[in-house]
Design a protein around this ligand. Structure first.
Ligand code: ADP
Ligand code: 5GP
Length: 229
């Protein structure tokens, strides 16, 4: 392969989408892979731009034909996958290709293409991740609980990634991501320490769920008070 393959992953709500978008503004030459997904488009999402929205039937047929570089069924529901042909073609042309995908898919890519540069985006701490997920407002409590429940195993996997980026402030984290794409693959002591601290914070799943439920209820109450005003 002439070009370089990059994978950006991390827990849901950690800021992968936000940082990748900001990175592409800084480094427009990077090619972001558009995935296939079987979920419905959200308001504002455009077919072929955010995802190729396809049916589960088509997804499974293409999967059986080996059309995906990696794929995963997320939370036992919708399928997501990276179209193989487009990515390999761009790499053959010497382009840098970026996949923004969840950890199961990232592991498949790292295994198949060990030269992949993998980047795991860390939240600064547990409460920040909970607040970002809830405040984004795209999931109900049951789905939020599933997402928070996956974090300990995702953090375990983070140890095997090439680089770590702490998403404290968007500008700062984007600059760090750009450095990685420019070839600086060192892991800073602060990044390792943040991962170790997060592993400890998330080691008690019941406490993480209690914090999530408290924050979710509080934000619902604040919202209702706002509506009544
Ligand atoms: P992911 O793609 O990892 O699921 P998003 O990019 O959707 O995460 O970010 C989750 C939420 O957190 C969004 O509402 C986003 O605006 C917010 N967010 C992202 N980065 C930061 C940051 N550094 N500080 C505060 N909020 C952030
Ligand atoms: P959403 O439905 O919120 O857009 O995305 C849900 C999750 O799917 C996110 O964590 C996102 O990174 C991940 N994702 C998006 N595209 C792909 C893909 O092609 N493969 C895999 N494995 N995950 C993906």
């Amino acid at each position: 392969m002439k070009g370089k393959l990059y994978v950006v992953s991390g827990p849901s709500g950690t800021g992968k989408g936000t940082l990748c978008k900001a990175l592409l503004a800084l480094r427009p030459q990077i090619q972001l892979s558009v995935s296939c997904a079987t979920r419905q488009p959200r308001p504002g999402e455009v077919d072929g731009v955010h995802y190729y929205f396809i049916t589960q039937e088509e997804f499974l047929r293409r999967r059986a034909e080996g059309d995906f570089l990696e794929c995963a069924q997320i939370n036992g529901g919708y399928w997501y996958g990276t179209p193989r042909g487009v990515v390999l073609e761009k790499l053959e042309q010497g382009e840098s290709v970026l996949l923004e995908i969840e950890n199961n898919g990232a592991q498949q890519v790292i295994k198949r293409y060990p030269q992949t540069v993998s980047v795991f985006i860390l939240p600064p701490d547990r409460m920040a991740l909970i607040q970002r997920l809830v405040d984004r407002g795209t999931e109900d409590l049951e789905r939020l609980e599933k997402r928070i429940g996956k974090v300990p195993s995702e953090l375990e996997a983070a140890k095997g990634y090439t680089c770590l980026v702490v998403n404290d402030q968007v500008a700062h984290a984007t600059a760090r991501l750009a450095q990685i794409f420019d070839g600086d693959l060192t892991v800073l002591p602060r990044e390792r320490e943040t991962l170790d601290r997060l592993v400890q914070e998330f080691a008690d799943p019941q406490r993480s769920l209690a914090l999530l439920r408290d924050y979710y209820q509080k934000s619902r109450m604040d919202f209702e008070l706002e509506v009544r005003r």
